[in-house]
Structure formats: structure tokens, C-alpha cells
Design a protein around this ligand. Sequence first.
Ligand code: ADP
Ligand code: F6P
Length: 466
Amino acid sequence: MSRLVVVSNRVSIPTGDAKAGGLAVALNDLMERQGGLWFGWSGHTSTGSATTTPALVQHGAVDYATVDLTPEELELYYNNFSNGTLWPLMHSLPEQMNFDRRSLQGYRAVNMRLADVLVPLLRSTDTIWVHDYHLLAMAASLRARNVTCPIGFFLHTPFPSPDMLSSVPEASQFIRDLLSADLLGFQTANDAENFAASAQRIAGAARLAGGGLQLGNRQIRVGAFPVEIDPHDFAEMAEQAHGNAETARLRRSLDGQSLILGVDRMDPTKGLRHRLAGYRRLLETRNQWSRQTTFLQIAAASRQDVDAYQTLRDDLEGSAGAINATLGEADWTPIRLISRGVGRDAIAGFMREARIGLVTPLRDGMNLVAKEYVAAQDPDDPGVLVLSKFAGAARQLGAAILVNPVDPDEIADALDLALRMSRPERQDRWKACWEAIKDASALGWGRSFVSALSRAGTEVPRPARP
Ligand code: ADP
Ligand code: F6P
């Protein structure tokens, strides 16, 4: 059997300080069960010059190979270009986007350096799976180094429309680079379609029936592979955690109030400013929910060296403080904001306790939190998911209350509806959401991509000219 080589910016080593984020959650299980090589950034910066050999660690059937970045590489590749340019671009938020040519060059240089370090570790029979917007140039860099193994690429974020994409100088080069892979996977059919339209327009790729592309002699498969969670494991964890001391302390502190819960990385795409405004609007327009609700927002600080993330943190702390100061009472605090990561057990227990899961990203590739909230519920007395219609998860979880995340009135209306919702309606909505996720798994997602990759990469004859 071919060895699986995963290449991603973050490498989730079991003993390391795991970061909140969808990629690690989605890939851990696949790697642990299937084994292989996981290669990427160590999460650390080197003090000296760029190293050419990776640090190697083995756990179970997985070899982890990681590379430190120099402080300059970190700044140009990760902070500036990946998170300051590509992240807002992929989420179609151009007003949040910064661009400078030096960062673009630094980004390309890191993709090439990582390819240089990876190539000596590869075997000719490997199957390579590259992940996410940090590594858009990786497949092309590997091909330029004569790597002939099958290469797949999966984007965890949304993919923008061709017009939006063209707002970044040289974005067309990334399309051409990505077309060096044999399989390109996206979260939704809409993202796959946006990519295919860009490839046709920018690189002159021909569209094939079934969603593939043809470029010269090569056929590139393009498809939607929505990331999944392990719903039964998460449900079990939530049930157990609901009885533990941490959740019991939270429950006692609520003293009968309904818990509204948000769980996110503190990220400008997660709609947190608008979310707080929506809760504020609820309290201002429906006084009956004062003292009857508590909004707990767990927002793990993320990417703190990027300006937009620091500003967001300051803004949220300011808004939460202002809401508490103006709408709170001597014996009631409307918002609790925690800017740290919280353990998965605790999150699962809190989700089961929450009457409302409030998940309102401005845009999101998938959003695993929405699926976790559904899995965490007590089927007999479930809470209600209020979900942004611009999260990939909304395609599967249409029975949630879907909202426009930039409209505080719509969020307030949805919260009011959810707080008043009858138990039979909550059960019906929850059941429909559970049906949508219950038969899938993170492992199944990973295996379906790898199996599609094993069928991709076939050479096809150039279509005859008429
Ligand atoms: P993203 O990949 O953009 O961070 P997702 O919702 O797809 O967003 O995945 C986030 C994952 O990280 C989920 O499994 C979620 O439970 C976890 N997570 C998110 N925020 C926190 C937090 N504040 N503390 C702990 N875990 C978190
Ligand atoms: O897809 C979103 C993503 O970039 C993942 O790659 C990662 O798991 C998560 O966000 C966390 O971000 P970071 O790796 O920048 O801390």
C-alpha cells in the first residue's frame, strides 16, 4: 500500500501544545489509524539561519517531520501573506486584505524551501496530500523538483469567485500552481465551482463532465469533500462531560438562566463583532431576556501577531465590557468572554448545557463547531443551533435557524425564536441536523479523499479538435 504523506502548515503532534483549529481535528484520526508521514511547520521560529533538515518524531504509525521558520519567514509567509492576504481573500472579505509584493515573494520562498526539505523524505510510491491556503504553491514546487507521485490538495477555507480572486495581484499564478496537483478538493460544490471557473478563465483549462478539468494532456479532478467530525465520539464525550465538575460549576453559576454559547478562534471571519451586536440588540429590544440569559463566548486567541487579530481582540473586550456595563445589573452579567482555548471535554460539556449554539461566521469553509454542537445535544431536550447561512455547514444543517451574520436584528430575532422554541420543534430540528451528520466521520472524509486521489492522475488523450 502507498504511504500517505500529509503536508500542512500546522502539524498536530500528539504530545505537542495542540492549537484550536479545524485542520488538526479533521486529520488526527486519519493519520493515527492509517499511519504515514506528516510534514510541515514546527510552530516555532529558529534563532539562526533556515535549517535544511527537519526534526523527526515518531508516534504510533506516524512519522512527524517539522521545520522551524526564521522570524522573517514567519512574518512574510504566515503573518503577512497567508493570514493578511490569502485568508481574507479566500473568505471574500477584500476590505480586510493587505498586500505587499515582498510578502508574496516570502510566501513563495517558504513553499519552495519546504519542498526542498520534503523531497529527500519522499519515496516514489508515496501519495501526497497537501492542505490549505498556506501551501498553494506546494504541488507546483514538488513537480518542479521532479516528484511524480500522485498529489492531492484540499482547501479548508471557502474559495472565492473569479472576480474576487483577481483582486490579488498574481492570483492567477496560484491557479496554475494548483493545477499541478491531480485532485483538488473543496468544502462545498460552490467552492469547487468557483475554482473550476477560475481555472477555465485564467489558465484556459477545459471543463469536463463530472466537474474535472483538462489542461494539456493532464486531467485534474475537482470535487467537494465536506469535512466531517466523529459525531458519535463527540456525543459520548459531551454526555460524560456534562456530568463533570467543570460543567457542573458552569450550570450552578447560571442559576437557571439559558446559556447561549459561542466557541471560535478569535478570528475576524467568525463574525464576533456582529454576534455581540446581535446579543446586545436582543437585550435592548426584548427586555424579558435580561437576567434570563447568559452569553458565554469562548474565543481562543489566534494569530496574535497579525494586526487585524489584535484589533479584534481589543474591540471584543471593549464591546463585551460595554454591554456588561450598560445592560448588566448588580447581580447579573450578560456576557462572559474568555480569550483562551478550552479543553475539548469542557467544550463538549458546555455545548450540551447550552440552550443555543451561536455560530455566525461571516463566511466559513465548513465550521466544525456547528457540527459539534449538534452532536453534543441531549436528543430528548436538545438546544437550538443558530447558524450563519454563509458557513459551509449550512448546506448540511439547513434545519438550524439560518441567519445573515452581519445583521444584528436577524441575530436578535433568531435568538428570541430559539429561546421561545417549543420542545417538539427543538427535537424536530435537532433530529434533521443529526441525520445530516450521524453517518459521517473525520476518518471517512479523509479516506474518501485519499481514495479519490488514488483514482486521479490518469493521463488522457488531448480532445480532438473539431
Ligand atoms: P477553524 O478551522 O477556522 O478554526 P472550525 O470550526 O472548523 O474552525 O474548527 C475549529 C475546531 O477547533 C473545532 O473542533 C473546535 O471545537 C475547536 N475550537 C474552536 N475554538 C476553540 C476554543 N476557543 N477552545 C477550544 N477549542 C476550540
Ligand atoms: O482552515 C483554517 C485553519 O487555517 C487551519 O489550517 C488551522 O487548523 C486553523 O485555521 C488554525 O489556524 P492557525 O494554524 O493559523 O493557528
